[in-house]
Design a protein around this ligand. Structure first.
Ligand code: AMP
Length: 399
């Protein structure tokens, strides 16, 4: 089933309508200055589409964690000013996100106006998904647009509750997320390769199990690979391991065999006795991990094997670094794979979190087909879970 998006709406449906748009303006602000405005810029195509089609835009977002209380340091005021500059039009800052004054200030301005509501998390009712609060938010508008993928896994009033009272559509950002992430499970161009790294099996097992159904090849790297290697009988020295997950790991490997899917685990590793001991670094095959050392990156044979799979594949999803990429000495595997993906002709989808940070670290973000804007939301989507902020968007067929 496909979700309805604002591109299903035209000037006929949008003209003279007020649209409530949930965006993710949770941007870093230092001393009143926005230090990274990429999330604000990312919302512009949706806002422009709505304005060009005659709508009045009312924007809602959270910022930080005010825990249900007003906190002037987490006001969206600096964002209103910044957005005005980016849009080259006045953005009215509302000093609340609900209430009579907010409603009347919106009604008193002409169409094509843009309003930014104050931080929705100033109300505890937001995170509690309080029905009355959601209704009050909804009463400001005629249509709801969900464009905050990063919070779509939360059932909050402004991300899901509001859709009980308004017809709901995805914005352009969420539409792009769904198009790419859905393509992994919904007739992808094959072969489909998933590269999954990161620290822990426990946080990724759901993703691995769900992906296994769909992929042709699966690479398991990063810290969690050691639980799989241990399950296979290798001695892994001091490497990260979740002993209680060895059985789960072995079950996944068995399932891959029964499904005739190919899983690549590390063949060799960069090991060291500690994270900061940069003069004690060796590359070893997985049969030879010294007892006093830990694997902190994949080695050259593994990188070459992953490169070969990338060359064979037409769709590639990557989630999670292959080593401790934050430390240069252990970042080669992650950076080399990011570069290889950037130069690949396959459809490349970077699934949130640290893999996004890695791609940005080496300036390859522009060469990927899709970089997910959701960390937790992306993981839950890849696990096959229903995201409340997406489930609430109406189905395309019902328009
Ligand atoms: P995640 O949030 O699960 O994607 O995990 C990301 C974290 O995994 C990063 O902070 C990496 O430093 C860490 N990581 C990757 N490979 C390893 C490894 N071999 N040993 C320890 N931590 C790792």
């Amino acid at each position: 089933m496909h979700k309805a998006s604002i591109t299903d709406l035209t000037a006929q449906n949008l003209g003279n309508k007020t649209v409530l748009i949930r965006v993710d303006f949770n941007v870093p602000i230092k001393d009143g200055i926005i230090t990274d405005d990429s999330r604000i810029k990312a919302a512009l195509p949706t806002l422009n589409y709505l304005l060009e089609n005659g709508a009045r835009c009312v924007i809602a977002s959270h910022l930080g964690r005010p825990k249900g209380k007003k906190d002037s340091s987490l006001s969206l005021q600096p964002i209103a000013k910044h957005l005005s500059d980016l849009m080259n039009q006045n953005v009215f800052m509302c000093h609340d996100c609900i209430g009579e004054t907010t409603a009347s200030s919106i009604k008193n301005q002409p169409h094509h106006s843009v309003f930014l509501l104050e931080n929705v998390r100033f109300y505890k009712e937001e995170e509690n998904n309080d029905e009355h609060f959601a209704k009050q938010l909804a009463s400001l508008a005629d249509i709801f647009v969900q464009d905050a993928f990063g919070t779509a896994h939360r059932a909050h009033a402004s991300t899901a509750g509001v859709a009980n009272f308004l017809p709901s559509y995805s914005g352009l950002l969420v539409k792009k997320e769904l198009t790419f992430l859905q393509s992994v499970f919904d007739s992808p161009e094959r072969p489909l390769l998933a590269i999954v790294g990161g620290a822990k099996v426990s946080t990724k097992i759901g993703v691995l199990e769900h992906l296994l159904e769909s992929v042709d090849y699966l690479v398991i790297g990063g810290g969690m690979a050691f639980t799989f290697l241990k399950a296979q009988g290798y001695s892994i020295g001091k490497s990260l391991c979740e002993d209680d997950k060895c059985e789960l790991a072995q079950n996944l490997l068995d399932k891959a065999i029964s499904l005739n899917k190919s899983i690549l685990l590390p063949l060799d590793l960069v090991v060291s006795s500690s994270l900061d001991e940069t003069n004690d670094i060796h590359t070893v095959d997985i049969q030879s991990i010294p007892d006093n050392m830990m694997g902190l990156d994949v080695g050259p044979k593994t990188i070459e094997a992953i490169d070969n799979l990338i060359s064979l594949s037409k769709t590639i999803l990557w989630n999670g670094p292959l080593g401790v990429f934050e430390i240069d000495a252990f970042s080669k595997g992650t950076c080399d794979i990011a570069k290889k993906l950037a130069s690949s002709d396959a459809i490349t989808i970077i699934g949130g979190g640290d893999s996004v940070a890695a791609v940005q670290k080496i300036n390859q973000a522009n060469y990927m087909n899709h970089i997910s804007t959701g960390g937790g939301a992306c993981l839950e989507y890849l696990e096959g879970k229903e995201l409340p902020g997406i489930a609430c968007i109406k189905e395309k067929e019902t328009i």
